[in-house]
Design a protein around this ligand. Structure first.
Ligand code: IPE
Ligand code: IPE
Ligand code: MG
Length: 252
């Protein structure tokens, strides 16, 4: 039991993770990059279980970016096969654990087999509500924003909306994850300190946490470190530190 387990207020409701470092994990062991991705699946399983156990409401994982198609064909096809086999082998367990799975991103580019596994996983777990697990696959933050803009433009063209009704609120409602609170905590493993086109809009006020730990090595202890770090942050949303402290006193 850690400090953060005891205090739900200090726990993020929604965590987003850029699961980076699989390739380097494999390189260090003189293994092919796909072995790193396979090892990464174990870490993914672990973080899902931890989030479910700790009462985190939503977890959004970056599995494949819209830019990852630029990788060598062999790696891309290895990743696609791994997605299908992982989905098929994990889905029953996820269903039993109370996890609801959803994919965000443009799935139309995936081959039929993967699209089928995705649809099946989403349908099978649709009634669960313990943890909302979002897998970003062929996802890009810019794609998400353009997609939302296109939907609003369509509504305007059909006379359903006027241009002055395009607000931050109506825009956000067309984005992926519109039904969830924005990520409180944004974790990136693997040592890089960048967003890489993940949740651009939704992470406007997320607390960023970067760690050198490679994704396959990211275990419970590393996760607890991230949670502890988060629990010590003061989220000000433009206000002063004093205002936040006063609000906290009033809330008790
Ligand atoms: C992240 O690990 C997984 C995917 C992008 C699918 P990488 O494959 O980017 O690992 P590194 O950055 O090369 O170590
Ligand atoms: C971001 O990692 C995408 C995923 C983790 C799926 P990358 O490894 O692709 O990011 P860059 O290319 O280093 O920015
Ligand atoms: Mg990488």
């Amino acid at each position: 039991m850690t400090d953060t387990d005891n205090n739900k207020n200090l726990m993020p409701q929604h965590i987003a993770v850029v699961m980076d470092g699989n390739g380097r994990w494999a390189n260090k062991r003189l293994l092919p990059r796909t072995a790193g991705h396979k090892a990464g699946v174990k870490s993914t399983r672990r973080i899902v279980e931890l989030c479910a156990r700790k009462g985190v409401r939503a977890l959004t994982l970056f599995a494949f970016s819209s830019e990852n198609w630029n990788r060598p064909e062999q790696e891309v096809s290895g990743l696609m096969s791994l997605f299908v086999s992982t989905l098929n082998s994990e889905i029953t367990k996820l269903e039993q654990q109370g996890v609801r799975i959803r994919f965000i991103g443009d799935r139309s580019r995936f081959h039929d087999k993967l699209q089928h596994s995705i649809a099946q996983a989403e349908n099978k777990t649709a009634r669960n509500d313990l943890l909302q697990l979002n897998i970003a696959a062929n996802y890009g933050g810019r794609w998400d924003i353009v997609n939302a803009a296109r939907k609003l433009a369509q509504k305007i063209a059909e006379g359903e909306l006027t241009p002055d009704q395009v607000t931050e609120e109506s825009f956000a409602m067309e984005l992926a994850l519109a039904d969830l609170p924005e990520p409180d905590l944004f974790i990136r493993t693997g040592g890089e300190q960048r967003i890489s086109n993940f949740l651009l809009w939704q992470s406007a006020y997320s607390e960023l946490y970067f760690t050198d730990t490679l994704w396959p090595d990211f275990d419970e202890e590393h996760f607890n470190d991230a949670l502890l770090c988060y629990s010590k942050r003061q989220r000000r949303f433009g206000k002063t530190g004093k205002q936040i402290e006063e609000e906290q006193v009033k809330a008790v």
